[in-house]
Design a protein around this ligand. Structure first.
Ligand code: URA
Length: 258
């Protein structure tokens, strides 16, 4: 009998030949994403990994699998999905915008991520770039333009912490950070980085290092020049945009590696 993946608790055959996965962080978002597509079906749930199977308009099978927050749990999801035959991975998340002019609700289409997190160093040396596959970037940008979804395209940054590593002042120790993290948001902003999130650095490094195709999009749910914490009233709407973009971009993604 084919082995069951230790964390995802599925056998490869459960994916019914799917070769593409959408990866939200939040298990609570998985069913919602699957239900925007055809034939949504619950697959399995263990720890932070909730999995559903669905189909795009054009009948492409898609696994929706949550990664949990941050690098370590995301690395397990990518590893085990790859062992089950997944070749295309799209992170669909949320992000904190750090360029002052970008409005919350804007979708960030990542061309790459600054690897400020630690997990990706287990997959490739730090000099190796965390870049999105060009076919993902192409189909995401084309689809966002066609659907008139407000978006920006560029580099994001992935942090291991939501508070200290993203220069938040509203933390337990009121903005105190170790020397290495001082001025991080300012520095990233000056370098033209669009936003902070916590998973793309790992996912894009791991997919590239494995010869797989990775992409990443995230809904901007706060502009850090205006607020510290996300604005709950815009989260549902912002997520709806990023989910619509993900579901539609899949059908214009070229089939197979190129
Ligand atoms: N996710 C993050 O990591 N940071 C934010 O500010 C918003 C979402």
């Amino acid at each position: 009998m084919a082995p069951k993946m230790f964390h995802l608790q599925i056998q490869a055959s459960a994916l019914m030949g799917a070769t593409l996965a959408i990866l939200p962080g939040d298990p609570g978002r998985v069913e919602r994403i699957a239900r925007t597509m055809k034939n949504p079906k619950f697959l399995a749930q263990n720890r932070e990994y909730m999995m559903w199977l669905a189909e795009t308009e054009e009948g492409r099978k898609v696994v929706v699998c949550s990664t949990g927050i941050g690098g370590p749990s995301s690395a397990i999801a990518v590893e085990e999905l790859a062992m089950c035959g997944i070749k295309d991975f799209l992170r669909v998340g949320t992000t904190g915008l750090i360029q002052p002019q970008i409005d919350p609700g804007t979708v960030v289409i990542m061309t790459g991520s600054v690897r400020l997190e630690g997990t990706s160093k287990h997959l490739a040396p730090i000099e190796y770039p965390a870049v999105a596959h060009h076919e993902w970037v192409r189909s995401l940008v084309d689809t966002a333009r066609r659907l008139k979804i407000p978006h920006v395209v560029g580099v994001s940054a992935s942090s291991d912490t939501f508070y200290q590593g993203q220069s938040r002042q509203d933390s337990f120790k009121k903005g105190f950070v170790v020397r290495e993290l001082e001025g991080r948001m300012k520095e990233m902003e000056q370098l033209g980085v669009l936003s902070f999130e916590m998973e793309a650095g790992l996912i894009l490094t791991q997919t590239s290092a494995f010869g797989l195709r990775g992409g990443a999009i995230a809904a901007g749910i706060v502009n850090r020049h205006r607020r510290e914490l996300p604005d709950e009233s815009i989260i549902l709407d912002a997520e709806a945009k990023v989910i619509e973009l993900a579901a539609k971009a899949i059908d214009s993604l070229a089939v197979g590696p190129s």
